[in-house]
Design a protein around this ligand. Sequence first.
Ligand code: ADP
Length: 423
Amino acid sequence: MNTTPLAGAKSPFPGRLILEGQVDQVMKILVINCGSSSLKYQLFDMDNESVLAKGLVERIGIEGSQIKHTKTGMDAVVNQTPIPDHKVAIKLVLDALTDKQHGVLSSLSELSAVGHRVVHGGEDFASSVKLDAKVMEAVKRCVPLAPLHNPANIMGIEAVTAALPNIPQVGVFDTAFHQTMPPHAFIYGVPYGYYEKYKVRRYGFHGTSHFFVSRRAAEMLGQPIEKLKIVTCHLGNGSSITAVDGGKSIDTSMGFTPLAGVLMGTRSGDVDPALLPFIANMEKLSVAELDSLLNKKSGLLGVSGISSDLRDIESAAGKGDKRAKLAEDILNYDVKKYIGAYAAAMGGIDALVFTAGVGENSASTRAAVCEGLEFLGIKIDAQKNDMRGKEMEISAAGSKVHVLVIPTNEELMIARDTKRLAF
Ligand code: ADP
């Protein structure tokens, strides 16, 4: 922040600060999602939660790097330039946001705060948090739990700190929402000492999305979240199902890592753990090769041999490809089983939510998952279900359970938490 809020001054407008000289300034929040070689960003005007600009930096540290920037309402512009590290990436993002032609900020002083997606918060973070040196130490302690993701998130935070040393920053963790799970849901049946020594337990992921859609479901139904039993199905390239009882996550299908649960694009989901030593022996695979097999060569891709993208699988299955149809069937069956399990875990179900790429767009997945669940009170209307990408209730008249499609918006959720915690 370049300007200091007047002592004791409170804005009459939510989302606005009253700044020095009584200038009423709209709050603009930058949301950053850093991967090891990519960086996604969105700039929000929190006055009306609209997106002013967004973009993607790709191939950081690799040949062929570029930034693609889109000012809302205009065509995307692409700048192909060497981007050796995250510091340079952040500089390019800030330059794009303040660019005379394609930018949306007259100067960086208009930026109020930055929110970061952080994948793993371990047991240290049960909610989002304003970042400072002590918090960063804890985030670094979580690196062994997410060795591919947390280091990239940390690089993003440090790059912003270097470019804008005084800007408030907030971390929003994928794991935080699931910290309400009871021990019987998160402790694995292995010697307890591994939990104490290595923090081996179920953490769960996609928490920001499960939180967002469960709250939105309660709003759509006009009921308090505390009274609802909701199963949220985040089905994308990575997929997870969560039991949200009274607003709290009480169980979720991903585990110690995002490999567990239902079949995914390239990830196996749940398998018999004894499969691992068996395959390693038969195929003479190292631990690293086994890890890569289960994370990158399994799932829809591994079963079908065609693609990790459900659109390709649906198209191949439609043309009669048996393994594509089998891959689709496994996914639908896995999701159905988790819905049944979580209805049992919560002692009932009031609402079922579909979200993310597959959940929002694939009518056939939603139909196949819900088929046969009438005994639980789940019945969808085929005509209402015949749509994609829209927020709507698709349950049939008389369905005891409300079946909802809710586009997820993790970036907005991060912007909201940043606004709440940054100042
Ligand atoms: P990520 O987990 O990477 O965020 P997304 O949530 O974007 O992924 O979901 C990507 C998945 O959504 C892909 O498998 C893609 O095939 C699927 N998808 C997107 N649009 C459709 C569609 N119209 N029909 C079926 N599947 C779709």
